[in-house]
Design a protein around this ligand. Sequence first.
Ligand SMILES: C[S@@+](CC[C@H](N)C(=O)[O-])C[C@H]1O[C@@H](n2cnc3c(N)ncnc32)[C@H](O)[C@@H]1O
Length: 259
Amino acid sequence: MASWNPKQYLQFADLRSRPCHDLANRVGIPHAGRIVDLGCGTGNSTEVLAARWPDASITGIDSSPAMIDAARSASPNGDWRAGNIEDWLASPDERYDLVFSNAALQWVGNHARLFPALFAHVEPGGALAVQMPCNYHTHQNRIPRELAASPKWRRWFPEGRAQEWFSYEPDFYYDLLAPLASRLDIWTSEYLQPMADAEAIVDWYKGTGLRPYLEAIGDDAERRRFLSEYLARLRPHYPARASGGVLFAFRRVFIVAYH
Ligand SMILES: C[S@@+](CC[C@H](N)C(=O)[O-])C[C@H]1O[C@@H](n2cnc3c(N)ncnc32)[C@H](O)[C@@H]1O
């Protein structure tokens, strides 16, 4: 798993946290005594949960020691655990009123197995609430895949690809969870984010989706070349608006499955 850089990730913290607020605000459970935040990162999503359910005891779990350290420094009294979601799933006693995950499960494989397994950790009356990107085929995601598979870049990507994130379209999650949940709320939102230029989009994406590519390239100069090729291919898709700047669209899928 590619490593995470808290500083790069937090650069766009306000923009990134909006879907998390939208998800948390939508969850309608009568009681949230125990909450787990899977892939809590630096604790941004955990903070949103603490504001929404101030009396809940909240555990944050993340596989990146750097992200957990940043979360612990920001909130030393929090219950932070370094660990994999996959390992956590193997503990049947870990049951919560709310199993929450914002912008993390796209990094975990085998969703057909993962989502029912997550739901099994929800207490009766509770919910599983998840938000992930839902734009696998858009330019910013397609271009690095094409570069990695091209002869020019292939030496850094022997398999023709980097380890990358993935999510399905919403109906996939509906079909998986509808037989299990008493009520299911699934929707998508496309956020249109005004940004200065295509460089700003690259900067944004360096903190998340581009990390596996940049980490696979073991040379700084080559990494810079990869980024400038990425930018050159991306730029035509983000023409300057009449009023200045570019519009960056990010589409997200939201899932709230009630036990
Ligand atoms: C985009 S960040 C989201 C952080 C936080 N939830 C937020 O909303 O700001 C994704 C996080 O998922 C974590 N992650 C990815 N795969 C994981 C796994 N298999 N187990 C635990 N954490 C994982 C990463 O370390 C990273 O901190």
